[in-house]
Design a protein around this ligand. Structure first.
Ligand SMILES: Cc1cc2nc3c(=O)[nH]c(=O)nc-3n(C[C@H](O)[C@H](O)[C@H](O)COP(=O)(O)O)c2cc1C
Length: 237
């Protein structure tokens, strides 16, 4: 009987609760990137492997000079003339993608102009854009912000900047934004605060108590989700 009751409570919780869960299935993922020297390409490859997404290389019709200094000159000229360098190919099956990662190196303090071309070439409504970039030292945040700015119809998730394409911190970021396959679902996906015994959520997903299990108090009697020591339960408090 007790078991039945718990089952019923759990089912009710699952049905009612818009909990702040990581997306169980973020949908189909595309990782679109531009890379000149290979750093962003290798980071994009890593993200694709971790998320099981598809890769799309944003390649210019006219290749950039392979020498560093001439490349910086072309890039600066493009930036200063607000150019839209042409892209070789289009993404096949654009409509099938739900999440679009857009990645690039920082070029002259912002995203290369070819990223603008890309952003203006597709309909981003209903898509979720995740910006990422690689850089040597500066203008990471400005570059991530630029990608957000030029895809105004999309929703956006937290971006990531990596020094020269290093993958340190990438897994944690992907986990945080719910892009790792097999992310928790249902009430087991409720996040926990590792420093406390227990976290209690109301049915709207708000944290109402964090602390020791023996001292739990809630604003009013009702159905709550309690999470502690990697166990989740729907409880009446
Ligand atoms: C044209 C050009 C401009 C750059 N401007 C910046 C910059 O403003 N800030 C920075 O930290 N790195 C800058 N860099 C360094 C690159 O962002 C960095 O090396 C990046 O990881 C290269 O990525 P890629 O190998 O995918 O092309 C620039 C590099 C180039 C070629």
């Amino acid at each position: 009987m007790k078991k039945l009751f718990l089952l019923a409570v759990t089912a009710a919780a699952a049905a009612l609760a818009p909990l702040p869960l990581r997306a169980a299935d973020p949908g189909r993922i595309l990782i679109a990137y531009f890379s000149w020297g290979g750093n962003t390409e290798s980071l994009a490859g890593y993200i694709a492997a971790q998320t099981e997404g598809d890769l799309f290389r944003i390649a210019p019709v006219v290749p950039y000079p392979s020498e560093y200094t001439p490349c910086t000159e072309v890039a600066l000229e493009e930036r200063d003339t607000d150019a839209r360098p042409e892209i070789k190919e289009r993404v096949a099956d654009w409509d099938d993608y739900d999440v679009i990662f857009i990645g690039c190196p920082v070029w002259w303090h912002e995203a290369p102009m070819i990223i603008h071309t890309f952003a203006e070439s597709y309909d981003f409504s209903g898509k979720t854009v995740v910006p990422f970039c690689t850089y040597a030292a500066t203008f990471r945040d400005e570059t991530l912000a630029k990608i957000v700015e030029i895809t105004p119809e999309a929703d956006h998730l937290e971006g990531f900047g990596s020094v020269n394409g290093r993958t340190t911190g990438v897994d944690e970021w992907l986990d945080r934004i719910g892009m790792l396959p097999g992310a928790s679902t249902g009430i087991d996906g409720v996040a926990t605060d590792g420093n406390s015994d227990v976290t209690v959520y109301d049915m709207a997903g708000n944290v109402v108590y964090v602390g020791s299990r023996s001292e739990v108090s809630v604003p009013q009697r009702g159905l709550y989700i309690m999470r502690g020591q990697l166990k989740t339960a729907a409880v009446i408090l």
